[in-house]
Design a protein around this ligand. Structure first.
Ligand SMILES: *[C@@H]1O[C@H](CO)[C@@H](O)[C@H](O)[C@H]1NC(C)=O
Ligand SMILES: *[C@@H]1O[C@H](CO)[C@@H](O)[C@H](O)[C@H]1NC(C)=O
Ligand SMILES: *[C@@H]1O[C@H](CO)[C@@H](O)[C@H](O)[C@H]1NC(C)=O
Ligand SMILES: *[C@@H]1O[C@H](CO)[C@@H](O)[C@H](O)[C@H]1NC(C)=O
Ligand SMILES: *[C@@H]1O[C@H](CO)[C@@H](O)[C@H](O)[C@H]1NC(C)=O
Length: 232
């Protein structure tokens, strides 16, 4: 009887131990994305308290304002455009493996674009326009195979436009205008879609070669500042 009892309680404690371990694991894995966003919060100055609901002690960041998750509680959107934020981006953003929309336009964000953003392979839209970003456009962004919108205009970016970006077949909208980019403008791959509007006001960027006659209509674009795709 004693032997049976102790075996039962022994296996019960093994189960409890496993369950506890499993819950700890869940909690840890659930917090990886919250921790990354909290690292971003820690690196930003937020005078308007738009990040007030970002409580890192919650099991995941899915109830935080300006954050959207999928049904598996993994972050798919960060919407912080026009939020009067300053400070810098963080490399930890690279762990948000299901992120589709990173919207940080119209803030006062400084520093570089982290190369780690190139690990966000589900990203559809990277909107960092109208900030004070410096440094180069990371080559790693060419790994964003689902990217449709890349808007980095109105920053202080320098260096070349990475040729590897031409390999992003999904790219539909590109705006690199109003920066300090240098070198050649890629014309092949997905970049065959884009017109000079995408590169406007980069004084050191080499001008596009003259367009072949009749391939590009000379009608003025309807919305200046945005690239326009003309269907013939
Ligand atoms: C950036 O900061 C300056 C000075 O604080 C402010 O005037 C400006 O409105 C800010 N820009 C944005 C887009 O928040
Ligand atoms: C943005 O933040 C600055 C302080 O950094 C503040 O002076 C300004 O009023 C804020 N602008 C808006 C539109 O909230
Ligand atoms: C972007 O920068 C250009 C050149 O400095 C400026 O004329 C334009 O107003 C800026 N765009 C916005 C929306 O502030
Ligand atoms: C580009 O660089 C020049 C010279 O360094 C600087 O005066 C200018 O403000 C820069 N423009 C942008 C948009 O960063
Ligand atoms: C475009 O041309 C550059 C070299 O000029 C090359 O490195 C790149 O792979 C080409 N892109 C595509 C999509 O073929």
């Amino acid at each position: 009887m004693d032997a049976v009892m102790s075996t039962t309680s022994g296996s019960a404690s093994v189960w409890l131990f496993l369950l506890f371990g499993f819950l700890q694991l869940l909690k840890l894995s659930g917090n990886v994305e919250g921790d990354a966003l909290n690292a971003l919060k820690s690196n930003l100055v937020d005078p308007n308290n738009v990040l007030q609901s970002w409580d890192p002690t919650l099991v995941n960041p899915c109830t935080w304002f300006h954050v959207t998750c999928n049904s598996e509680n993994s972050v798919t959107r960060v919407d912080l455009g026009n939020a009067n934020l300053s400070g810098q981006l963080v490399s930890q953003l690279g762990v948000l493996s299901n992120l589709q929309y990173l919207e940080l336009y119209s803030n006062n964000i400084t520093g570089n674009i982290p190369a780690e953003l190139g690990t966000l392979t589900n990203l559809v839209s990277l909107d960092l326009y109208l900030n004070s970003l410096r440094g180069t456009i990371p080559d790693t962004l060419s790994k964003l195979e689902k990217l449709r919108f890349l808007r980095l205009n109105n920053n202080s970016l320098t260096g070349n436009i990475p040729m590897a970006l031409t390999k992003i077949q999904s790219l539909q909208v590109l705006d690199l205008s109003n920066n300090n980019l240098t070198g050649d403008i890629p014309v092949n791959g997905s970049f065959s879609l884009f017109t000079p509007i995408s590169y406007n006001n980069n004084p050191f960027l080499k001008a596009l070669p003259a367009s072949p006659p009749s391939s590009v209509p000379s009608t003025p674009p309807s919305s200046p500042g945005l690239p326009v795709i003309v269907f013939l």
